[in-house]
Design a protein around this ligand. Structure first.
Ligand SMILES: NC(=O)c1ccc[n+]([C@@H]2O[C@H](COP(=O)([O-])OP(=O)(O)OC[C@H]3O[C@@H](n4cnc5c(N)ncnc54)[C@H](OP(=O)(O)O)[C@@H]3O)[C@@H](O)[C@H]2O)c1
Length: 276
């Protein structure tokens, strides 16, 4: 099957068939991306079903209270989420920091933080991913906001050579967790500055500057929808980027990682990064 090419859907239309309703493209770096038919015709807008589900997704756990973890936690609190935060040690070690830097967040040990969370956000240095206990994440919705950044993570062959992107490596470690890649391609300072959570309809009100968009890649549809609802509620347009392996297109060095893009521009950036 071939998606119909269209201007606004350049990133998602006109691909060669991968069979069974899936389309395949190859990134210029040789990584191969697979998209299922739902993304044909362009990035999807949030629909009312997402919004109804969003109401039920009200508790977030953020692992990592550094630059981006703190910013995600603050941004989530600002739009009404209950937020648990944890670092690598006991809750007491981050209680004061949380009180000052993330007022309203509950400092917890990691196991307690994730226990009742609807969505768990990973915001720890990627080279620490093996310190995460897969049992804590079994069947849970996990947003991977991490990146492989050699100056910080060191040279790690498992990520340097990860043909399908770093989130696939993380997902394999976490077993049954329903991993979604997003929030990795926005700087911690931009999370609050660029957010437009008010009147959070997808797209922008007439006359307003276009909303910034963030891409979302994952294999589990319900998890992707939950992550898209989170992105929307945080104040950004979510763009469905297809399965988790497509997370490679959101990683450092890509146009999506380096750019500040609208929804259509994210789609176009995906398209321009691809060769059929
Ligand atoms: N900085 C950004 O603007 C940005 C934006 C998007 C994505 N990212 C990505 O997000 C990740 C974190 O970046 P960052 O700049 O926020 O790092 P950071 O400032 O160094 O903070 C890392 C945090 O992770 C915690 N941590 C380490 N191991 C942990 C574990 N096993 N469980 C829970 N918490 C743990 C650390 O706590 P301890 O002190 O207890 O170790 C610390 O609070 C990186 O992969 C980065 O590429 C960063």
């Amino acid at each position: 099957m071939v998606c119909a090419p269209s201007a606004g859907a350049a990133a998602f239309g006109g691909w060669v068939s991968a069979g069974a309703g899936r389309s395949a493209v190859t990134l210029t770096n040789g990584k191969r991306l697979i998209f299922g038919s739902p993304v044909c015709g362009g990035p999807r807008r949030m629909d009312p079903t997402h919004r109804r589900r969003e109401k039920q997704m009200n508790r977030i756990a953020v692992l990592g209270v550094g630059r981006v973890g703190s910013a995600i936690a603050r941004a989530a609190l600002a739009v009404g989420y209950e937020v648990n935060v944890a670092a690598s040690g006991p809750a007491e070690e981050i209680a004061l920091l949380a009180e000052i830097v993330i007022p309203g967040a509950r400092a917890r040990d990691a196991a307690d933080a994730v226990a009742d969370a609807d969505v768990i956000v990973l915001a720890i240095p990627l080279h620490k991913y093996r310190t995460l206990d897969p049992e804590l994440f079994a069947s849970r919705i996990v947003v991977d906001a991490m990146n492989y950044w050699e100056p910080v993570d060191g040279e790690l062959a498992e990520f340097r050579d990860a043909a399908l992107g770093s989130s696939e490596v993380v997902a394999r470690h976490l077993g049954t967790a329903r991993v979604v890649k997003t929030l990795n391609h926005i700087g911690y300072h931009d999370l609050e500055e660029n957010a437009r959570p008010t009147g959070s309809q997808a797209g922008s009100p007439a006359g307003a500057p276009a909303r910034r968009a963030l891409a979302v890649a994952g294999d589990d549809r319900a998890a992707v929808e939950a992550a898209m609802a989170l992105i929307d509620r945080l104040g950004f347009d979510p763009v469905d980027a297809g399965p988790l392996r497509n997370g490679a297109a959101l990683e450092p060095g890509t146009a999506i990682f380096t750019g500040v893009l609208t929804r259509d521009a994210v789609a176009e950036a995906l398209g321009s990064a691809l060769t059929v």
